[in-house]
Structure formats: structure tokens, C-alpha cells
Design a protein around this ligand. Structure first.
Ligand SMILES: Nc1nc2c(ncn2[C@@H]2O[C@H](COP(=O)(O)OP(=O)(O)OP(=O)(O)O)[C@@H](O)[C@H]2O)c(=O)[nH]1
Ligand SMILES: [Mg+2]
Length: 708
């Protein structure tokens, strides 16, 4: 028998800007519920959630961790997520399996920039959300301003359930509008005294209570009728109404906290127990084939893997949510994606890094298992014959890149394997062995994420690695039409080589460039180049000057040079070529000779044709608070940015700019530093555009030097 049944399991994800106090809140919840008997702190580096050395060192969460608090007969599974944008992948995974998000806001700073990003995912998943205003004990705490900003950003659905008295250093009191009670905390926090609302607060409390009741009634016709009949709703009716309004995203109830002083977390947990939905009250899971999977403990078993950790000495640990049925050990399941069968021998309930073995878990619960052979994040494990594949998590596209190499020669293979593991663990990382750039390129969300990757490499995989600036995938093209000819002639011992090719090269633009009008076109090949752009190749030979059978060799020669452009060795794109004349020798002409002639003719013509180096241009969107906008703009101006627009977005400014990729190296760190971590950016590739002349000269000179 599972210890907790579906109705008594609640899954919450703690999300919010870095430093809002999520990890501290998790610690306080564990302490209040008696799961730990001493409260750790960020400053001492001994919280349950931030248990890795690197998290302790930095004082930030870098990975999500799974914990649980048993509170008054319920089990609350808590996933604490990192607030830094670099690790948003962890937030996405957590929201995917949580049935409620607790969005922690810092009363000193209101709605901060990462919160905006996290909100996009909350809306996307339609995760029921509680807003918890934390740090009400700080001198600069401003509850009203934080509420106003929340309403501005998340809408009028933000509904105040609690408000503070004495916010600031003397914070000790919360007025609860659902229970119409005043909670007064002792200086060291913990269990509050429950008092009637004093006369001085009566009017405000009544007004906010009525707003709350009306908000609840508004979303439920039955409750609305009751409300009109009785002029009031009792606590049970309000709970029921609140739950369905939370599920429908009609209400985001707002609570008060000081996680650090342990004020308010007990009441928050009570609300989660009694009001927040269990997994079976949520809309059924979507399957990949469009069908649905209800969270039913009596149905067959299906687990969804939402996170994996693989550490060399520990092996792989897989975190799952039981989406259907129950899981008990031992059990054989099938992986719907890899088709492997997996034996589940152990089930764990997690408390940060510590784990406790259990025999069985009910639908809706969250746990971990080990030693799966071929199961990864986003896979579904199911009973044999119960063929379900749960819709995988869509991770955000990686934003930035970095080149990585082992510090010691000969460790390339070891590095590739470690990268493979780390990529499995963090699905927002992508690795590419770039033939073009001759570098291993890692793509990710931010520089801090790369830094952590390096740390893991060195501390867990014992490979010293170095980062390098990734090369830029330049392209080469031409700007004018040139006719040229090339004769390849070689007399070496016996058989000689002979080929002569007359070639026209001209710039090609899709839908604009016509076929050559002064030649007779006999054949055409249009090639979509794997690196973007086109090559259009015309055979305009008359009178059999070159045999048709040599045409493919000429094309091959051209392609060889296009793969290693004449200017800087970069790929060539958007060229139209016409072969309009030539000569053959009855004995010495062959494929190899025409290939060489084709390559050389192309190279010479290209150099004459006003060649141009192109660079990738990205559209960058920066979301920044108004007061650091000047710094953000002047930094952009040093990066050859073309500002496309500026718009107000909530209480932020959104700057849109076009910036060459070569100017974006380490931009996320630069932005973090000019904005004190309050601005963020996204980018996407838009086009290739010519580089400025002086940059072109420099790059050509560098290439020629390296070739020499
Ligand atoms: N005064 C005060 N400080 C708090 C409170 N909650 C957290 N802090 C402090 O704020 C800092 C950040 O707290 P964390 O719990 O690490 O914040 P977090 O949201 O987990 O941050 P990330 O893991 O970086 O996303 C720490 O120094 C905490 O001690 C609070 O209620 N009051
Ligand atoms: Mg944290």
C-alpha cells in the first residue's frame, strides 16, 4: 500500500526570480512540517535543497531539487527551482509535473525580470498558481507596490488572500481574509497566535474579504447563487470555488511570507493541502497521439520521466511522476520511446540529496528510481501492452554558444562522452561537432550554465576543459558578373591531362536572377546548399566543345571550392554559374582534369567578381527596467547593433536590435553586469549580411596568413 493516496498528494513547484527566497521557503516548509529539526540557511550553505558544492559556493540554486513535506495528513512534493535564466530548463521540467506553482516574489523588488519569463511557462502549461510575497520583514518591503505590479503583469485575477501588518523590520502579523483571522508571530517565527481582526483593520479586512468572496463566486454560478441567497460563503464553499478557479486560471491567490523568519509557511501549506488541486483534479495528461490519460490509480501504470541526474560514481537517477496506476517494486515496464524494458527495483521518496526507499507509490506522486538502462528525460515507462506516450516537455531553444576542448590532448573522446551525459541531464544543452568551424560547439541558455558545465566536467568527470570563442560561420558570395576561362594542362611522363573551361559566374538571388540570355541553355541544376543559399549551374555548351559526360566533374570542382571559399575558406553561397565554352583533347581529357579546371576557373572568377564576406545577423530582444536602459543601449552601440525599435512592455522596456553574431560573444554576461542582473535577452538568427570592409580585410589577411 502506498503511504499517501492521490487525494492527499500535492505537487508544487517553487518558481521566481533568483534571490526571492524559494530555497529558504522550502527549508522553512520542511522545518515547520517536522521533516528536519534544524533550519539551514543559504548563508551557512546547509539547506536541504541547495546540496551540491557548487550551489553552496555560489549561494544560488543551479539545479531543481525534489523534497517533500508531510503536513497534517498530506504529502506536499516540493520542487525547488533555480531562478537564474540560464537554468530555465529546470523550471520548465518542474512546471510540467507540478499541479500548482508557488510564484515567490520579493517584496523589496516586486515583479522581477526572470519572473516574466517563468510566467510565460506558467501560462503555457496553465499551471494553477499561488503568488507568495516573501521578504516582508525587509526594510524596503512594499506589499502594495508588489501587489500592483502583480496585477499589472498577471492580470486582475491576482486576488489578495492575506495582507501584512507591520511590514519591514518589525514584520510579525498577517491578516487572513479567507479565515478572517489575524496571525501574530513570535519574534523567532513558527507557530502564530490566532487573534480576532482588530477594529483598526476591520474595514480594510471586510472590504478585501468581500472582494475575495465575490471573485470566487464570480467564477462559479452555483456559488454565485448561494452568495446571493446567504450574502456570504462558508469556508468549505470558498475552498471549492477557489480550487476550480485556480485550475481554470481565473484566480491567483496571493499570500504573505517571511521565509527567513519562518512566518506564514504553515498557513501556506494548509492552503496547499486543502485548496490546491491534486493531480486527478487537473485536466488529463495529453498523449503524443492526441489522446488523453486521466490520472487514475486503478488504471494501468504509466510513469513520466521529467529529470535525470547522471553522476559517474552514483550512476543515473531518474525522477518520475506516476501519471496513471500505481507503481510498486519489483515491476517490469516498457519505455515507449526507446522500446527498452526496464525493471524497477527501487522507489525513492526524495529529500534533496537524501532518499528513502518505499515499496509503492500512488498515481499523482513524484519519486525517483535508479539503474534504468536506456531511459531518459521525457520518456514514458508503461505496463506492457499499455502503449501510451506522454507528450514530451518542449524545452526552450538554446540561446548562446561556446567552443569547448579538452585541456590535455588525447581526451577528445572522453570529453565527447561526458558531454553526452551532461546533455542528457540538461536538455537545454546541445552539442555539435562542427566540421565547418573545426570546433566542438556547445549551445545553451547562458554563460553561467557553461560555467557549471565546466565545473561538472572537472569535478565529476575529472576532465580539464577550456572554453574558446566559437568561430563565426561566415559565408562568401560575389557581387558582379565575370566571364573567365581556365586551361588545365599537364604533361607528366606518359598520359597527360588536358581540360579547358569557359565559365561565367554571377550573383544569384532567388526569383530575381534570370538564366543567361546570351547563351543557349542545354541543362540546369539547382542545388540547395546544405549551409544555406543556392548554386545554380547551367550547361550552355554548343557544338560539343565539352562532352556532356564531363559536366558533373566541372560541377564537382566548383563544389569543392564552394566548400572552402576563396576568400577565407568559408562556405560560398548564392552563385549562378554558366559553362559556355571549352576544349577537350582526344587522349588527355578526363574527369580529374575537368574537375581541376572547374575548380580553378571558379576560384579565379570568384576573386574578380567583387567578392563579399557575409556574417550571420541575429535579432536580439532585450527586456530591461527603464532605469538601466541607457547603459543597455550604450553597450549595444559598441556591438554594431542596429536598433529596430523600443516599446514599453509592462514596467519594462523592450529593445529590438539587429546585431552581428560576432559581436554577441559573452553578451549575456555583459548584459547581466550592466543591468545588475535585471535585464535579459533572447536572440534568433535572421539573415546573412555583408561584413564592414575593414572587418573583411582583417579576416582575409588572417586567413591568408594561416594558409601560408
Ligand atoms: N530578510 C529576508 N531574507 C530572505 C528571505 N527569504 C530569503 N532570504 C534571503 O535571500 C537570499 C536568497 O534566498 P534563496 O532562498 O537562496 O533565494 P532563491 O529564490 O532560492 O534564489 P535562487 O536559488 O538563486 O533562485 C538569502 O540570503 C536568504 O537568506 C526573507 O523572507 N527575508
Ligand atoms: Mg534557490
Amino acid at each position: 500500500m502506498a503511504e499517501f493516496d492521490l487525494k492527499h498528494i500535492k505537487n508544487i513547484a517553487l518558481v521566481g526570480h533568483s534571490g526571492s527566497g524559494k530555497t529558504t521557503l522550502a527549508e522553512t516548509m520542511l522545518f515547520e512540517s517536522g521533516m528536519i529539526n534544524r533550519r539551514g540557511s543559504i548563508e551557512e550553505g546547509n539547506t536541504v535543497s541547495d546540496y551540491t558544492e557548487i550551489e553552496k559556493e555560489r549561494g544560488n540554486s543551479l539545479f531543481s531539487s525534489v523534497m517533500h513535506a508531510n503536513w497534517r495528513g498530506f504529502k506536499i512534493n516540493i520542487i525547488d527551482t533555480p531562478g537564474l535564466d540560464d537554468f530555465v530548463g529546470e523550471v520548465v521540467s518542474a512546471l510540467r509535473v507540478a499541479d500548482t506553482a508557488v510564484l515567490v516574489l520579493n517584496a523589496q523588488f516586486g515583479v522581477e525580470v526572470s519572473t516574466e519569463l517563468q510566467w510565460e511557462y506558467i501560462e503555457n502549461y496553465k499551471t494553477p498558481t499561488i503568488i507568495a510575497i516573501n521578504q516582508l520583514d525587509t526594510e524596503k518591503a512594499d506589499f502594495d507596490l508588489t501587489v500592483d505590479q502583480s496585477k499589472e503583469r498577471f492580470g486582475n485575477k491576482v486576488t489578495v488572500v492575506q495582507y501584512p501588518l507591520n511590514q519591514g523590520n518589525d514584520f510579525d502579523t498577517i491578516i487572513d481574509l479567507l479565515k478572517m483571522t489575524m496571525y501574530k508571530f513570535p519574534a523567532e517565527g513558527g507557530k502564530p497566535e490566532k487573534l480576532p481582526i482588530p477594529d483598526s483593520e476591520r474595514e480594510r479586512a471586510d472590504r478585501l474579504h468581500n472582494e475575495l468572496v465575490e471573485a470566487i463566486a464570480e467564477n462559479d454560478e452555483g456559488l454565485m447563487e448561494l452568495y446571493f441567497e446567504k450574502g456570504e460563503l462558508d469556508e468549505d464553499e470558498m475552498r471549492k470555488g477557489l480550487r476550480s478557479a485556480m485550475i481554470n486560471h481565473d484566480i491567483f491567490p496571493l499570500f504573505c511570507l517571511s521565509a527567513k523568519k519562518n512566518m506564514g509557511s504553515g498557513r501556506l501549506m494548509g492552503f496547499i493541502d486543502n485548496v490546491a488541486p491534486s493531480a486527478n483534479e487537473m485536466p488529463p495528461e495529453k498523449l503524443k497521439n492526441g489522446e488523453e490519460l486521466p490520472c487514475d490509480p486503478n488504471a494501468k501504470t504509466a510513469l513520466f520521466i521529467f529529470k535525470t541526474i547522471s553522476e559517474p560514481h552514483l550512476g543515473e537517477m531518474s525522477f518520475y511522476k506516476v501519471q496513471s496506476g500505481i507503481i510498486s517494486t519489483p515491476k517490469d515496464l516498457e519505455n515507449s520511446q526507446t522500446k527498452s524494458s526496464e525493471r524497477i527495483n527501487q522507489l525513492f521518496v526524495m529529500q534533496g540529496k537524501t532518499r528513502e526507499s518505499v515499496d509503492s507509490m500512488d498515481a499523482g506522486d513524484i519519486g525517483a528510481t535508479v539503474k534504468l538502462k536506456n531511459t531518459h528525460t521525457n520518456n514514458t515507462l508503461h505496463d506492457k501492452g499499455f502503449n501510451v506516450t506522454i507528450e514530451p516537455i518542449a524545452y526552450p531553444e538554446p540561446q548562446i554558444r561556446m567552443a569547448i576542448k579538452p585541456a590535455r590532448k588525447g581526451e577528445e573522446e572522453k570529453l565527447a562522452q561526458a558531454l553526452h551525459h551532461l546533455q542528457d541531464e540538461d536538455p537545454t544543452i546541445r552539442v555539435e561537432q562542427s566540421q565547418e568551424l573545426k570546433q566542438t560547439i556547445v549551445y545553451g541558455m547562458g554563460e553561467l550554465q557553461f560555467y557549471i558545465l565546466k565545473w561538472k566536467m572537472e569535478h565529476l568527470y575529472h576532465i580539464q576543459v577550456e572554453f574558446e570563442e566559437p568561430r563565426i560561420p561566415y559565408r562568401e558570395t560575389i557581387q558582379k558578373k565575370v566571364d573567365t576561362s581556365y586551361r588545365h594542362k599537364k604533361q607528366s611522363g606518359g598520359a597527360g591531362q588536358f581540360a579547358e573551361v569557359h565559365m561565367r559566374v554571377e550573383p544569384y538571388q532567388e526569383g530575381v536572377t534570370p538564366p543567361p540570355s546570351d547563351f543557349t541553355v542545354r541543362g540546369k541544376e539547382e542545388i540547395d546548399l546544405p549551409w544555406g543559399g543556392k548554386l545554380v549551374f547551367y550547361n550552355c555548351i554548343v557544338g560539343g566543345a565539352i562532352d556532356n559526360r564531363f559536366m558533373p566533374s566541372i560541377l564537382k570542382g566548383v563544389m569543392e571550392k564552394m566548400e572552402e571559399g576563396p576568400l577565407t575558406g568559408s562556405y560560398v553561397r548564392d552563385v549562378q554559374i554558366s559553362i559556355y565554352d571549352g576544349k577537350m583533347h582526344p587522349v588527355d581529357s578526363n574527369d580529374a582534369a575537368f574537375k581541376t579546371a572547374g575548380r580553378m576557373a571558379f576560384r579565379n572568377a570568384f576573386r574578380e567578381a567583387n567578392p563579399k564576406l557575409l556574417e550571420p545577423i541575429y535579432e536580439v530582444e532585450v527586456l530591461t527596467p527603464e532605469d538601466v536602459m541607457g547603459e543597455v543601449m550604450s553597450d549595444l552601440q559598441t556591438r554594431r547593433a542596429l536598433i529596430m525599435g523600443m516599446d514599453a512592455e509592462g514596467h519594462y522596456q523592450k529593445i529590438t536590435a539587429r546585431v552581428p553574431l560576432s559581436e554577441l560573444y559573452k553578451y549575456s554576461s555583459a548584459l547581466r553586469s550592466v543591468s545588475q542582473g535585471r535585464a535579459r535577452h533572447t536572440r534568433k538568427f535572421v539573415e546573412y549580411a555583408p561584413v564592414p570592409a575593414e572587418v573583411q580585410h582583417k579576416l582575409i589577411a588572417e586567413y591568408e596568413e594561416s594558409e601560408a
